[in-house]
Every structure is written in structure tokens, then in C-alpha cells.
Ligand binder design. Structure first.
Ligand SMILES: NC(=O)C1=CN([C@@H]2O[C@H](COP(=O)(O)OP(=O)(O)OC[C@H]3O[C@@H](n4cnc5c(N)ncnc54)[C@H](O)[C@@H]3O)[C@@H](O)[C@H]2O)C=CC1
Ligand SMILES: O=C(CO)COP(=O)(O)O
Length: 336
């Protein structure tokens, strides 16, 4: 009998824990790393993650530790599930600990502020393992639904198709169906920009606007995501797949989405500080809207919805004013 695949998951938040559960259900031996020893102990003693996924029973072949070296040891897959903006600093601390031929897997949906790098680029920059050993998991995967083992599809992207297929096997369960893709750029951009559009839709919902508004924001959001993707060398078809449209629809429809909820609070009239105060988990779009806009400007790509979200979230523009400006932009053909 062959040895079970070993996976280390860095990040005991909602998605790190839920994806760890998926890997364990698919037969991997899983070790979760978390910053707080008391949370690691609670995971091991209660078989739940009381802080992030209360009430969800975790499999026996998943355990937690606060010792990064212990988690990393011998891992075939080293999964990173921490906030995008802390990745560089965290990974710099872990680089020396990584198992020799491990594949680094990003679950993160953000763009780094300042460098405007995608998460796989940051990983390569810090860990220097080569693009063919870096994979991305993305798609319509709200952590709480996956933790309840509700059916979902996902995308496993890597420039090396064999690596993508290995990871696909490692996380394939009766309720989690991963598809492979070699378009890492498109898959990562789909995941990062949908959070920004999720904020926009949330703001509209909070303002009491309707489903026509939502449909328009989703569709035009996808159009500007695709424009940026094409400028960066992505395959435009990726954006009509799970990493693009699929995730956009899930995020923009669900009260479970932190980005959507964050936007809803802003749309209801809460200030940024009030909204941050009631947000318990990572809402990546709040910071990444600025880095996505930075990336777009570097490539001379027009992203009016992203620009509008930045103006509301970071420049204090009232949503009604921002919406009026958006609607009064010059008339254009649908496709350029
Ligand atoms: N929750 C979800 O439904 C999904 C989340 N994602 C992405 O996964 C990534 C992680 O998100 P979640 O697990 O949901 O976030 P979360 O907020 O639930 O958990 C974040 C984790 O990172 C840790 N953390 C925070 N700051 C840290 C630091 N400075 N150093 C080390 N660890 C730190 C926290 O302690 C926690 O364990 C994000 O990029 C998110 O966009 C992707 C798909 C689904
Ligand atoms: O990425 C997600 C679902 O695919 C989770 O969305 P939020 O980060 O907005 O909760």
C-alpha cells in the first residue's frame, strides 16, 4: 500500500481549516499550523475549530500545531491560507522549513499592495521554488458551505499540468470536485478581482438597490476582470469558468461572503472604521481593490468598478455620489 499524501496547511482560519478537512476527507494526512497554541490544542482536543468553524466536526487524520517546523516536515503539499498582505513576511519565516520537493499551494485571493504581485508571484519571489512547484486553488468555495460538505466545484491551477493533476487527486472528494487549469494568471486574477466586485454588489445591496443592478455589476465586473487578465496574458476563457464567473456569482449572491457583507455594511451607511470593527475575518477586497487598481494602471487598463470601490472604501466618497458618477460615464459599445 502506498503512503498517504502529507499536507501541511498554514492558516487555521475558515478556509485553511475547511480545505484541510477536504484534504483529510480525500485521504491525506493533514497538519494545520496556527499562530495560537491554544487554538491548535482546541482543534486537537475537541476535533473542531471553535473560533472559525464552530460546530463542524473535523476528521481524525487532521491535527493542528503551532510549531511551523513540525507542520512543514515531509509535506508533499504546503498549503498557504493566510491573509494576502501578510504572506510575504510569513513565508520568509517558513522558507527554511519547507520540505525539499514540496508543492506550494495558494488558497489566497488577493494582490499584494505596493508590488501589485499575484500570490503565486509573491511565493516564487520569497521561496524561489520555481513556478512549476506553485499551485493555486480557487473557485466558488465559501468555506462554511464546504465545511458542511455541500457540493462544489473548484479549480486547481499550475503551469505544470502533472502537478495540478496530483493536487486534484489529493483534494477530490464526493462533495469537492476540482478541475485542473494551467492558466494560473487568469485563475488568480479571477479570485482577487471578484472580491472587489463582491464589495460593489454588497454596497448596492446595502443601498437597497435591485437585482438588475446586481446583474449589471456582475457582468460589467467580469468584463473589467477579463480586460485586466488579457492585458496580463491570461486566457479570456478562464473568466467564464469557475475561477471567474463561478466565484463571482457565489460571492455576489451570498451573505456568507465577507467581502459582500463588508460592502453591504458600507452601503447601509456605516463608516469604514465601523465596518472594520464589525468584520471578524479577512475581507481581501478591502486592501486588494487598491492593488488591483494599481495593477490596472500599470497596464493601462480601464477598471471603472474597481475605481469606484476604491473611491468609496478608501477616499470616503458617499456611495450615492459614486454611483451617480459611474452611471454618467460616457456611453460605450458593450465590447471594445
Ligand atoms: N473563507 C472563505 O470562504 C474563502 C477564503 N479564501 C481566501 O483564503 C485566504 C484566507 O482566508 P480565510 O481563511 O477565510 O481567513 P480567516 O480570516 O478566516 O483566517 C485567516 C487566518 O490567517 C491567520 N493570520 C492572520 N494574520 C496573520 C499573520 N499576520 N500571520 C500569520 N497568520 C495570520 C489568522 O489567525 C487565521 O488563522 C484569503 O485570501 C481568502 O480570500 C478563499 C476561498 C474561500
Ligand atoms: O472566496 C470566497 C468564496 O469563493 C470567499 O469569499 P469571501 O472572502 O468574500 O468570504
Amino acid at each position: 500500500m502506498s503512503k498517504p499524501v502529507k499536507a501541511a496547511v498554514f492558516g487555521t482560519g475558515s478556509w485553511g481549516t475547511a480545505f484541510g478537512m477536504v484534504l483529510a476527507d480525500a485521504g491525506c494526512d493533514v497538519v494545520l499550523w496556527g499562530r495560537r497554541p491554544e487554538l491548535a490544542e482546541a482543534v486537537n482536543s475537541t476535533r473542531t475549530n471553535p473560533d472559525y468553524l464552530p460546530g463542524v466536526e473535523l476528521p481524525e487524520n487532521l491535527r493542528a500545531t503551532a510549531d511551523a517546523a513540525e507542520a512543514a516536515r515531509g509535506a508533499d503539499f504546503t498549503v498557504l491560507a493566510i491573509p494576502s498582505q501578510t504572506l510575504r513576511g510569513n513565508l520568509a519565516e517558513w522558507s527554511e522549513l519547507l520540505a525539499p520537493r514540496t508543492v506550494l499551494v495558494s488558497l489566497m485571493k488577493g494582490i499584494e499592495l505596493g508590488s501589485a504581485m499575484r500570490m503565486s508571484e509573491v511565493i516564487d519571489d520569497v521561496a524561489k521554488v520555481g513556478r512549476e512547484r506553485i499551485a493555486v486553488v480557487t473557485g466558488p468555495n465559501l468555506a462554511r458551505e464546504i465545511a458542511a460538505r455541500m457540493p462544489a466545484a473548484s479549480v486547481v491551477a499550475c503551469t505544470d499540468g502533472d502537478v495540478a493533476r496530483r493536487l486534484q487527486t489529493a483534494c477530490h472528494t464526493p462533495y469537492f470536485r476540482p478541475y485542473t487549469n494551467t492558466d494560473v494568471i487568469g485563475c488568480e486574477l479571477g479570485g482577487a478581482v471578484k472580491n472587489v466586485i463582491g464589495l460593489a454588489v454588497g454596497i448596492a445591496d446595502g443601498m437597497g438597490l435591485g437585482d438588475n443592478t446586481k446583474g449589471s455589476l456582475i457582468t460589467r465586473g467580469l468584463a473589467e476582470t477579463t480586460r485586466l487578465g488579457v492585458a496580463l496574458g491570461a486566457d479570456p476563457l478562464t473568466f467564464s469558468g469557475l475561477a471567474g464567473l463561478g466565484d463571482l456569482v457565489a460571492t455576489c449572491s451570498s451573505p456568507l461572503s465577507r467581502n459582500h457583507t463588508f460592502g453591504t455594511n458600507l452601503g447601509k451607511g456605516l463608516t469604514l472604521q465601523e465596518t472594520i470593527a464589525v468584520t471578524k475575518q479577512t475581507a481581501e477586497g478591502v486592501k486588494s481593490c487598491e492593488s488591483v487598481l494599481d495593477l490596472a494602471r500599470r497596464h493601462d487598463v480601464d477598471m471603472p468598478l474597481t475605481e469606484t470601490v476604491v473611491s468609496i472604501v478608501h477616499e470616503g466618497k458617499p456611495p450615492v455620489v459614486a454611483l451617480k458618477e459611474l452611471m454618467s460615464r460616457s456611453a460605450k459599445p458593450e465590447r471594445r
